[in-house]
Design a protein around this ligand. Structure first.
Ligand code: FES
Length: 241
C-alpha cells in the first residue's frame, strides 16, 4: 500500500513538472493503482523459500547412532562405569587431601614460633624460698620454690570459704613448685611477690592480695592467679607450654 501511494505521488509530481493536463494525470494514476491491485491479488498466499511443512518432514532424517553403542554385555558396561566413577572419586579424594594438607601446613605455626611456645627452666638454679619471673608468650610467669612451712600454710586454709575455692593440691603438680601467670585477674597488672597480707603476692594497682598458693584472699580481683600448662620432664627441669 505504501508502494502504491509513493508511486502515485511520484507520477503526480512528474505530471506537474511537465505541465500535463490534470485529467490525463488522474487516469494514469488510476491505471497504476489497478495494476498494483491485480499484482497484490496474485501473491495473496505466502510461499516459503524453504518449502512446505510436509516437504520438511519428508526430508527429516534421524542419523543412526548404532556405531556408538557398546558391543559388550550390560554387566561389562556396568563394571566399566563403576571403574571410571571409582577412579574419579579416588583421584578427587587424593587431590582434596593434598590441598587440605598443603593448606594446614602453610597455616600452622613456623618452627621459630613453636620454639617460643615452650620455655624450659633449670630448677636447680632457683633456691628454696625464692621467686623467679620468666617471660612466656609475652606474659610473666611466676615460679615459686616453696618451703615446707609455705606448703603447710597453703594446705591449712579452709579453701571452701575462699572467693575462688580451690585446694592447693589442684594448683600444683609438685607441692614445692608453684607456677602461675603473673597477671592479676582484676585488670591485668603484675603482682609483686612476697608481699601482701597473706605472704603471697600483692597487686599494687587496686590492692588485691593473693596467698602462698596464688589464691585471691582480699581486694577486687575475682579469681585466683591462673596456672599455665607445664610439665616436669625430669627432676631438675620444668617446661612451660
Ligand atoms: S589490676 Fe590487680 S587489683 Fe586491679
Amino acid at each position: 500500500m505504501s508502494q502504491l501511494s509513493s508511486a502515485s505521488a511520484a507520477l503526480l509530481r512528474s505530471c506537474a513538472r511537465q505541465q500535463l493536463p490534470s485529467h490525463v494525470a488522474r487516469s494514469a494514476v488510476a491505471g497504476v493503482q489497478q495494476r498494483n491491485a491485480s499484482n497484490a491479488g496474485a501473491k495473496s498466499s505466502f510461499e516459503s523459500p524453504f518449502g512446505s511443512a510436509e516437504e520438511a518432514n519428508a526430508t527429516l532424517k534421524i542419523p543412526s547412532f548404532k556405531k556408538y553403542m557398546s558391543k559388550g554385555s550390560p554387566s561389562t558396561n556396568k563394571v566399566f562405569s563403576y571403574f571410571v566413577a571409582g577412579s574419579m572419586g579416588l583421584g578427587s579424594a587424593v587431590g582434596a587431601k593434598a590441598t587440605v594438607h598443603d593448606f594446614l601446613t602453610n597455616m600452622s605455626a613456623s618452627a621459630d614460633v613453636l620454639a617460643q611456645a615452650k620455655v624450659e627452666i633449670a630448677l636447680d638454679t632457683i633456691p628454696e624460698g625464692k621467686n623467679v619471673i620468666i617471660k612466656w608468650r609475652g606474659k610473666p610467669v611466676l615460679i615459686r620454690h616453696r618451703t615446707a612451712a609455705e606448703i603447710q600454710e597453703a594446705n591449712d586454709i579452709d579453701w571452701k570459704t575462699l572467693r575462688d575455692p580451690q585446694p592447693d593440691e589442684d594448683r600444683v603438680q609438685k607441692p614445692e613448685w608453684l607456677i602461675m601467670l603473673g597477671v592479676c585477674t582484676h585488670l591485668g597488672c603484675v603482682p609483686i611477690g612476697e608481699a601482701g597480707d597473706f605472704g603471697g603476692w600483692f597487686c599494687p594497682c587496686h590492692g588485691s592480695h593473693y596467698d602462698i598458693s596464688g589464691r585471691i584472699r582480699k581486694g577486687p580481683a575475682p579469681l585466683n592467679l591462673e596456672v599455665p600448662v607445664y610439665s616436669f620432664p625430669d627432676e631438675q627441669s620444668l617446661i612451660i607450654g
